[in-house]
Design a binder for this molecule. Structure first.
Ligand SMILES: Cc1ncc(COP(=O)(O)O)c(C=O)c1O
Length: 305
């Protein structure tokens, strides 16, 4: 989806004009994929833009950096405030937010330890990642020929830029084959997640989502869905899923900050009832939750004012 140049970008402590937020071609991370990033959304609320679970996203950024042995020069609190500054300064009622920390210019070679660390935070308007009809009509999924990397290849718990080569290969393969998104299996053949979303399927009346041990990211949307599902009395278990579990799912959806809650209508051309009752209820409540309309979860909406 195209980026609309919109707002000033926070770079190493300062807001700079969009077109000046550039880096040198010899920036370390550009060569080795060693940066870490987050994907966050701010939603319109009656009190102005609210960033959904902002602190937890920035904590995950810090954890991603820790896994990469990258010393972030800004605390969680500082990056939370910087993110609010970017959104406030943009004047946008709602937006997608992309913080990134990367090894900068000045060193080359695979040793990251001597490298400087730069941090930037950008925001821009971004619509429904899997399309406007993802909730009502659902998306078509294809099992990827690319495996999700395992824990000793690339640590899936770190949103490291280089990890997303794997996701990009799978995404492009699925799109070229006429599908909307890819299901990724791990090297053991178990369902892991999608290229940028966690997976839920309904089997025997309860929701199942694959564990972190299967190579899935610990999704913030996933945890939101678990809370909302419990409010509806839906049982959720974290368990391994085989590819064929998806084919015979009673319903299925994927979730992530970008994709929100998107229904799935088929996997490898096996039709799945769509949108399912649980999927519709959870998607509707998720849309209210992120806008601060569910009192129980209003503390998750961090206002930028
Ligand atoms: C590989 C992957 N899985 C799952 C997710 C969903 O995570 P979240 O709900 O925290 O956005 C993302 C998005 O960050 C992702 O990149």
């Amino acid at each position: 989806m195209p980026i609309t140049p919109t707002a000033n970008i926070w770079m190493n402590g300062e807001l700079v004009p969009w077109e000046q937020a550039t880096t040198h071609v010899l920036t370390h991370t550009l060569h080795y994929g060693t940066g870490v990033f987050e994907g966050i959304r701010a939603y319109e609320t009656p009190q102005g833009p609210g960033v959904f679970r902002l602190t937890e996203h920035i904590e995950r950024l810090h954890n991603s950096a820790k896994i990469m042995m990258m010393d972030l020069p800004y605390s969680v609190e500082e990056l939370v405030e910087a993110t609010k500054d970017v959104v406030r300064d943009s004047g946008l009622p709602s937006c997608y937010i992309r913080p990134i920390a990367y090894f900068g210019y000045g060193e080359m070679g695979l040793n990251t330890l001597p490298c400087s660390v730069d941090v930037a935070i950008a925001c821009w308007p971004w619509g429904a990642y899997l399309g406007d009809e993802a909730v009502t009509k659902g998306v078509r999924m294809k099992t990827s020929s690319w495996q999700r990397h395992e824990h000793n290849t690339m640590p899936p718990a770190s949103k490291t830029t280089g990890n997303y080569v794997n996701s990009s290969l799978a995404k492009v393969e699925a799109l070229k084959a006429g599908y909307d998104e890819a299901v990724m299996l791990n090297p053991q053949g178990l369902v892991s997640e999608c290229t940028g979303e966690n997976i839920f399927v309904a089997r025997n009346g309860r929701l199942v989502t694959p564990p972190v041990s299967a190579g899935a990211l610990e999704g913030i949307t996933q945890s939101t869905v678990v809370a909302i599902a419990a409010d509806h009395g839906y049982e959720v278990i974290v368990d391994d899923l085989a590819r064929s579990d998806l084919y015979i799912a009673e319903e299925m959806f994927v979730c992530g900050t970008a994709a929100e809650v998107s229904a799935v209508n088929s996997v490898d051309d096996r039709t799945i009832p769509c949108p399912g009752v649980m999927t519709s209820a959870i998607a509707a409540d998720y849309a209210r939750c992120v806008r601060g309309e569910l009192d129980k979860y209003s503390h998750w909406v961090e206002l930028v004012k």
